[in-house]
Design a protein. Structure first.
Length: 134
C-alpha cells in the first residue's frame, strides 16, 4: 500500500510538473523562433544597406573620379537605404548612427576636394559598422 501511494504521489507530481512546464517550454520556443526571425530580417536589411554603398566604396577606394561626380549619382539610393536601415536600429544606437550619417552627408555635400575620397570612405565605413550581421 505504501508503495502504491508513493507511486501515485510521484505520478501526480510528474503530471503537475508537465502541466506547469509545458506552457513555459512553449513560450520559450516561441520567443526563440521570433528572435531568430528578427535576426534574419535584420541581417537581410544589413545586406541591403551594405550593398547600397558597395559601388561608391569601390569608387572611393580607387579615387580615380571626382568625388562630387560620384556622390550625386547614388544620393537617392543612399538616403533611402539609410532611412530603411535606421528604422531597424534600437533606440540606444540611434544617436551614434545619426551622427555617422550626418558626418557622411556633410562630407558628401562639402566642396572640400582635399582628401575627400578618404574622408568619405571613412564616413561610409563608420555607417556600415552598424550593419554587422547578428
Amino acid at each position: 500500500r505504501q508503495l502504491i501511494a508513493m507511486h501515485m504521489t510521484a505520478t501526480a507530481i510528474i503530471t503537475v510538473s508537465g502541466i506547469v512546464l509545458s506552457p513555459l517550454v512553449a513560450i520559450f520556443l516561441y520567443r526563440l523562433s521570433v528572435s531568430r526571425e528578427r535576426a534574419k530580417a535584420f541581417n537581410e536589411i544589413c545586406t541591403r544597406f551594405r550593398s547600397a554603398f558597395s559601388e561608391v566604396i569601390a569608387e572611393l577606394s580607387t579615387c580615380q573620379n571626382d568625388v562630387h561626380y560620384i556622390m550625386p549619382k547614388a544620393r537617392v539610393s543612399h538616403d533611402a537605404a539609410t532611412d530603411e536601415f535606421r528604422r531597424q536600429l534600437t533606440h540606444g544606437k540611434l544617436a551614434a548612427f545619426d551622427a555617422a550619417v550626418n558626418k557622411f552627408r556633410t562630407l558628401r555635400n562639402s566642396n572640400d576636394h582635399r582628401s575627400a575620397c578618404s574622408k568619405l570612405l571613412g564616413a561610409v565605413n563608420e555607417m556600415l559598422n552598424f550593419a554587422k550581421p547578428t
